[in-house]
Design a protein around this ligand. Structure first.
Ligand code: 3PG
Ligand code: MG
Length: 402
């Protein structure tokens, strides 16, 4: 796909760039004050900010935080972002108490070229989430060009992600560009064979994903709680496991679809069970179907993981969303960790492109200590999933070159 990048922006010295970033960051409270507890998303904005600063543009950051629903909720102010952002940049960051109108305009007028101003939470205005044209126009009035560096918010058709991009010359920021390029390598135009791993607890949240992936991939491994639903659908005993039994027919439909599309499906061959979901609970490996009434399936078994690793070895591209077991609770992290480390090894040997994304997935790869070794790990949640489902993200579509 073709989108405009900053390299096509020309001479923007002295111009005002409105830069949509995703600063919806984890915050913690201490001594009655909120502070940023994970600055990954602030770091992600650095390359774009630096590039614009080098070009001599005025940098005005647009961001949302949480879901204040069009009201001014003081606990959802972006103010706590100012200090850590300034630290990362090594210079002071200005802040304006409103993202449109006279307050924003005055702050922009006071801003020197090459410097950075953060505007208050966009979602304090109801027009943002409604993609209200009048609100988008108010935003557009603030700048000369628009840069979107917030892939993780690109599944939202909001004024700051979609509306404003239609009113100003619009470009993908550096993080957005890196993300789109990695995703294209993984699923748009992958080197084949291309394999997917989809895990997590619920089939119900990933139906669109599975239906789409079986048409795109050569192999698809299903793990985590959602694999239980597939096992149940195939008539295997799942004991006290979490399973969406009402989706058995849907699971069978996906199995059929995979067959019709020549996508080889990998379901568990063996499983790890325990009587309760607790860290260090006595775990046993069971064959399929040999699950007692009071046992729960909590991880993929060793044979399953070995077969999965072989399948990874025979693939050129891997796309991964969702853990294979209850990775937060050892020993049920074993399957996920082993498969993730194997994939990371293959990447390091130059034999695999491995792209992963989604909230739980990032945490699982971090726990396995392999995030750095994957080709690309997306920190986007909903946006990554919708993109993997083959949906058009409004924030990305708005950047498309004509
Ligand atoms: C996120 O954190 O997933 C994005 O910033 C989008 O936030 P939202 O789900 O509140 O739209
Ligand atoms: Mg979200």
């Amino acid at each position: 796909m073709d989108f405009r990048t900053l390299d096509q922006a020309g001479d923007i010295a002295g111009k005002t760039a409105l830069v949509r970033v995703d600063f919806n960051v984890p915050m913690a409270e201490a001594g009655g004050k909120r502070h940023v507890s994970d600055d990954t998303r602030l770091r992600a904005a650095m390359p774009t900010i630096r590039k614009l600063a080098d070009k001599g543009a005025r940098i005005v950051l647009l961001a949302h935080f949480d879901r204040p629903k069009g009201r001014r909720v003081p606990e959802m102010s972006l103010q706590p972002v100012v200090k850590p952002l300034g630290k990362l940049l090594g210079e002071e960051v200005a802040f304006a108490d409103d993202c449109v109108g006279p307050v924003a305009k005055a702050a922009i007028e006071a801003l020197e070229p090459g410097h950075v101003l953060l505007l208050e939470n966009l979602r304090y205005h109801a027009g943002e989430e409604k993609n209200d044209p009048a609100f988008a126009k108010q935003l557009a009035e603030l700048g000369d060009l628009y840069v979107d560096d917030a892939f993780s918010a690109a599944h939202r058709a909001h004024a700051s992600t979609e509306g404003v991009a239609r009113l100003l010359p619009a470009y993908a920021g550096e993080s957005m560009r890196a993300e789109l390029e990695a995703l294209d390598k993984a699923l748009g135009h992958p080197e084949r064979p291309v394999m997917g791993i989809v895990g997590g607890s619920k089939v119900s949240t990933k139906l669109d994903l599975l239906r789409h992936l079986v048409t795109k991939l050569d192999k698809l491994a299903i793990g985590g709680g959602m694999a239980n639903t597939f096992l149940y659908a195939q008539g295997h005993e799942v004991g006290a496991s979490y399973a969406e039994k009402d989706l058995a027919e849907t699971a069978r439909e996906i199995i059929r679809l995979a067959g019709q599309n020549n996508c080889k499906l990998f379901l568990p061959l063996d499983i790890v069970v325990a009587e309760k979901l607790a860290a260090g609970a006595p775990a046993r490996v069971r064959e399929l179907g040999a699950v007692d009434e009071d046992e729960r399936i909590l991880d993929a078994g060793p044979e399953t993981v070995e077969r999965l690793c072989r399948a990874i070895s025979n693939s050129k591209t891997l796309i991964w969303n969702g853990p294979l077991g209850v990775f937060e609770m050892p020993p049920f992290d074993k399957g996920t960790v082993q498969a993730a480390r194997h994939a990371a090894e293959r990447v390091k040997e130059g034999k695999l492109v491995a792209v992963a994304g989604g909230g739980d997935t990032v945490a699982a790869l971090n726990a396995a200590g392999v995030t750095q070794d994957f080709t690309f790990v997306s920190t986007a949640g909903g946006a990554f999933l919708e993109w993997m489902e083959g949906k058009v993200l409004p924030g990305v579509a708005a950047l498309q070159a004509d």
